[in-house]
Design a binder for this molecule. Structure first.
Ligand code: FE2
Length: 381
């Protein structure tokens, strides 16, 4: 190692960000009240806090939705010139902020900026009766996806700016545990820039990499880099499209989202069958996997302590690697634009992403693209 490289490593170590875990994911949406209702009735979240006109805000309203260790926030504009309205006009409903919990917001923010992050919000302390929230925000590799750093002192509430809500319309599903990983779709040629941002600015390290050889069908393909923070609690995958005979699902996303952004959020559970059964009752639609996928699956996967009939009936995908197996399923997009969706994942030893299912997943998405008429054609402006 050269002296220069050694010094650079020391500076980076000194400026480590100490990211702990994902604190919340904030969506900007067209109608937060209705989005909150949808997340509660369809996916089992509970509305626990609210901020808006009644709490003194004038340009936006916001609902905090909780389920186990998963926290989503949905925010919508009250005025047409709100940045939230501008975001939604361009992207439709989508993820604006993946907030990360840290011990020292000032130190993390300073380190991130020293490493090259673009500051969006300098550290602020929001004090209330029970305690206070310290928060700062930086841009990711795109200005329309940001990362807040948050820390709460003596305060178990979301933020003193919000008032507690006792929801009337939740259908709690206690089997969901936490956010497992988040996937970001980026433009052709931008994946390496995003990956470099997360490694050099956000202190992540490369976990896995997939090329079009791993993820392709006859028609479409993508490349992907998986990065995670030092604790292993925060894992992001960055996808970029690969030119093929058809339009990659990533390109379809980029066309309708009008740029890069969060493609899906994977929620971890220890009982995927129960969660999928309940979500289907709630009206959630999942990607369809044909019967042929399940022919010979038992032989391919081997011994597994699961209900095979339920897995087949519910259309759950299964994969095995050298460490164990995983079960996963993907919802259809949450909005009319074919953009963000959710994944449910159950890990029994496997730390992977279901490499064996990439082809089945891609073919399922291509069937949806063909239905939408977007597999080969470009959408009109
Ligand atoms: Fe995933």
């Amino acid at each position: 190692m050269t002296v220069q490289a050694s010094e650079r490593t020391q500076i980076q170590e000194k400026n480590a960000l100490h990211l702990e875990e994902i604190d919340y994911v904030e969506f900007y949406v067209g109608n937060a009240r209705q989005a909150a209702h949808f997340f509660c009735t369809a996916f089992g979240f509970t509305s626990v806090a609210y901020a808006g006109l009644e709490t003194g805000w004038r340009d936006r309203s916001s609902y905090v939705l909780k389920q186990s260790n998963i926290c989503f926030v949905v925010t919508s504009a009250l005025t047409p010139d709100s940045p939230v309205a501008e975001f939604v006009k361009l992207h439709g409903d989508g993820v604006y902020d993946i907030a990360l919990r840290v011990d020292d917001v000032h130190a993390t923010f300073k380190s991130a900026v020293m490493r090259g992050a673009k500051p969006i919000l300098e550290p602020v302390t929001i004090a209330g009766e029970a305690g206070c929230l310290v928060k700062a925000t930086i841009a990711s590799y795109s200005n329309d996806l940001v990362h807040s750093f948050v820390h709460r002192h003596h305060n178990t509430e979301f933020s003193p700016e919000y008032v507690p809500l006792s929801s009337q319309f939740s259908t709690p599903i206690p089997e969901l545990i936490e956010i497992d990983h988040i996937v970001i779709n980026v433009e052709l040629g931008k994946m390496d820039g995003w990956a470099k941002f997360y490694s050099s600015v956000m202190d992540f390290y490369a976990f896995q990499e997939f090329t079009s050889r791993d993820i392709s069908t006859l028609n479409t393909a993508l490349s992907s880099k998986v990065l995670q923070n030092k604790t292993g609690q925060v894992r992001f995958a960055v996808n970029e499209p690969v030119i093929g005979s058809g339009r990659s699902q990533v390109q379809e996303y980029l066309d309708f989202y009008q740029g890069s952004g969060v493609q899906h959020i994977a929620l971890r559970t220890n009982s995927i069958v129960k969660v999928v059964q309940q979500w289907r009752i709630n009206g959630v639609e999942f990607l369809y996997t044909p019967d042929a996928y399940y022919d010979g699956l038992r032989q391919r996967i081997g011994e597994m302590n699961e209900d095979w009939d339920a897995i087949r009936d519910l259309n759950i995908l299964v994969d095995r690697d050298h460490e164990g197996y995983l079960l996963q399923i993907f919802t259809k997009p949450l909005t009319d634009r074919p953009t963000v969706f959710l994944e449910i994942i159950q890990r029994n030893g496997s730390k992977g992403f279901g490499n064996g299912n990439f082809k089945a997943l891609f073919e399922a998405i291509e069937r949806e693209q063909a239905n939408r008429g977007t597999l080969y054609s470009i959408p009109e402006d």
